[in-house]
Design a protein around this ligand. Sequence first.
Ligand code: ARG
Length: 462
Amino acid sequence: MKNKNKTVWSNRFSKGNSRSFQRIGSSINIDKRLYKEDIFASIIHAQMLVKQRIIPKKDGIKIINGLKKIEKEIDKGKFKFKEKFEDIHLNIEKRLFEIIGQSAGHLHTARSRNDQVVTDFKIWIKNATLDINDVLNLLIKSILKKAEKNIDTVMPGFTHLKNAQPISFAHYLLAYVEMLIRDKKRFLNNLELIDECPLGSAALAGTSYNIDRKFTAKKLGFKKPTGNSIDSVCDRDFAIDFLSAAATCAMHMSRLAEDFIIFNSEAFSFINFSDKVLTGSSIMPQKKNPDPAELIRGKTAINYGKLNSMLTIMKGLPISYYKDLQDDKGLVFDSYDTLKDTLIMGNELILNLNTNKNNMKKMAQKGYTTATDFADFLVKEKNIPFREAYVTSSKLVNFAEKKKVRLDEIPLKDINKFLKKININNIKIFDVVSSMNSKTSYGGTATKNIKGMIKKYRKEAL
Ligand code: ARG
């Protein structure tokens, strides 16, 4: 076999790998996505080797120029990835030999693929985290805009999917802003733990060369080098943290999607979407279906699955590096791609969402949603203990139910029959809008609060 086609480890092997193992064992189709990170880390490693006089300067320069050339080849789609060379690291190393000859042999001094891959992967996840953060900001901005237009849009708030109390549609939307802000924090918190550079841990034991790990860590954008070479090559907590943040974020998006599917149904008719985000049916001509919302809900399963797979890979893995770990990258890439699509679709849904304000208000008036307000009124205005006021209000609801009227349709004289010793001559609290605006406690649904919160989110969260 010509040198060119030999794997780097072939000298100890009398036979080549079987075809099927070569195909299954190779990860190049997945980890080629790490080429920029791999080249970046290799350049910094070479700089450090030169600085420390571990390799000759002239070889270091050749290596760096060769690596830059390879990066351009890959950028332009001119690089031939070979399954035979397993992964991105060996594909690049092989090509470097082709371009600069034997000087390429100096690059792998004082490192192993074990520390190399985890360094590349950490850098990739850091960038992916910032990218997700940007898309989250975009989505939060769109929700805030939609909320601003719906501060006065009253709808029933639900518990158990039964009408509970009148709320503003903006307040409902802002609940998701809170969730998404927590998601942002969760992703950004991960950046703190991931901020240690594993490069220089080599295979698992560290190295006898006089390397400068602080230099490489700093140049690669990490706060400091990792503290234990064994842990460094088999720690995948940072991948689990990313997958976990992604799973939680996808769960929030799935709830939003589920709400939208319900609100968009004929039974509810609270909202509708413009045709841009709807699909038709192949048999029922009348249909307009909210597919993006259903896809968001469905794809959450992918984000959960990837997290579960990563946790399962790790649970029985003896310390330190095993090939099981090779599948970590595909899981994270899939989770990232899926979540990004989910957030983009979520943003599209928000932009194309219209509210049917009349339907929402009508529904808010159903189900005696102001019964609590009546009890509160008796407590505040008439000094009745809440439990007693609650009983009086339940009786009024029973009465309305029997008479088949809404609470605001009961004549004052009938209301007064339920009250001992006191008399009411004017009552506004049955109005759903006044009910909504009476919830002025911090975090409540009153319009005044909502306006303040939108301002606060714009100032602090973006
Ligand atoms: N492609 C490998 C991975 O992703 C790189 C590390 C290989 N290390 C080894 N000892 N075989 O895990």
